[in-house]
Design a protein around this ligand. Structure first.
Ligand code: CP
Ligand code: NVA
Length: 312
């Protein structure tokens, strides 16, 4: 598998085989890290980390992943560079592309990350936009593989804001990888029709069943129940409205029990607002898995950088 020179902007651009390759590479890198073996796969590579929005996991994953493999990361926060207000995205991209070997972008618009890739001509990695969060999905799927030793045929239910970056990206990833995927959300927070149609197309090939519903009974048979914050970054003014709308969709012990399986796990991309989308009780019951998932951000992001930019 050769992904050299590729950007990682959305999982739409990657085949199931390529996604599986990244997951296997991440598992290998994780195993090596546990044995304290780090490499030089990014030696001589300079990597820009652009953050318009805050981050704990993604920033640290790119930083540590890069340094572990001998590369140099440079953090560019929203007040550090001129991106988008004093200098166009196109010009910033062309400057950074002359100096850096790879660029991570976290921010608002998917269009910005697409433009960065187009104009910088170096690999660009999407560290979250309003629309997608593709590196998170790799960590989620690696965690599912660790728990269940397979992805195909699992049932994953996403509960909450069914049209946010996580719901969108999980639907793309699941429908490509043969995971049965349900979005459980009030109708006003369902994903866009065109994205659902695209994913139904992927599902035809992979065998996934995609369901979008308001019915809480849809968690029946779930292997994993996933949730995310009710207000994504940039939507803080919607808090009261979302709490009122999503209260019945809180992941609590009662909802977990509705899966009807003792083996059902809980996942969360973090950060979590306990008492809103998940109770403290459920969160703590599954904390070990949720923090495996957080740790896996690092191994999977390292795999993306190594695969698209590495010296191997
Ligand atoms: N899950 C995730 O992307 O976390 P951060 O916002 O801390 O990067
Ligand atoms: N939907 C959340 C994900 C955080 C990792 C947000 O965009 O804030």
């Amino acid at each position: 598998m050769n992904l050299k020179g590729r950007s990682f902007l959305t999982l739409k651009d990657f085949t199931p085989e390529e996604i599986m390759y990244l997951l296997d590479l991440a598992a290998k890198l994780k195993e090596q890290k546990k044995q304290r073996i780090t490499g030089n796969r990014l030696k001589g590579k300079n990597i820009a980390l652009i953050f318009e929005k805050p981050s704990t996991r993604t920033r640290c994953a790119f930083t540590i992943g890069c340094i572990d493999e001998g590369g140099h990361p440079e953090y560019l926060g929203k007040d550090d560079i001129q991106l988008g207000y004093k200098e166009s995205v196109e010009d910033t991209a062309r400057v950074l592309g002359r100096m850096f070997d790879g660029i991570e972008f976290r921010g608002f618009s998917q269009d910005t990350v697409e433009k960065l890739a187009k104009y910088s001509k170096v690999p660009v990695w999407n560290g979250l936009t309003d629309e997608y969060h593709p590196t998170q999905i790799l960590a989620d799927f690696l965690t599912l593989k660790e728990q269940f030793h397979t992805l195909k045929g699992l049932k994953l239910v996403f509960v909450g804001d069914g049209r946010n970056n996580m719901a969108n990206s999980l639907m793309i990833g699941a429908s490509k990888m043969g995971i049965h995927f349900t979005i459980l959300a009030p109708k006003s927070l369902w994903p866009k029709e065109d994205l659902v149609s695209l994913c139904l197309g992927y599902a035809k090939t992979s065998g996934s069943i995609i369901t979008i519903t308001e019915d809480l009974e849809a968690v029946s048979g779930a292997d994993a129940i996933y949730t995310d914050v009710w207000c994504s970054m940039g939507e803080e003014d919607k808090a009261a409205e979302r709490i009122a709308l999503l209260k019945p969709y809180q992941v609590n012990t009662e909802l977990m029990k509705k899966s009807g399986k003792d083996s059902t796990v809980f996942l969360h991309c973090l950060p979590a607002v306990k008492g809103n989308e998940v109770t403290e009780e459920v969160f703590e019951q599954f904390a070990d898995i949720v923090f495996d998932e957080a740790e896996n951000r690092m191994h999977t992001i390292k795999a993306v950088m190594v695969a698209t930019l590495g010296n191997e």
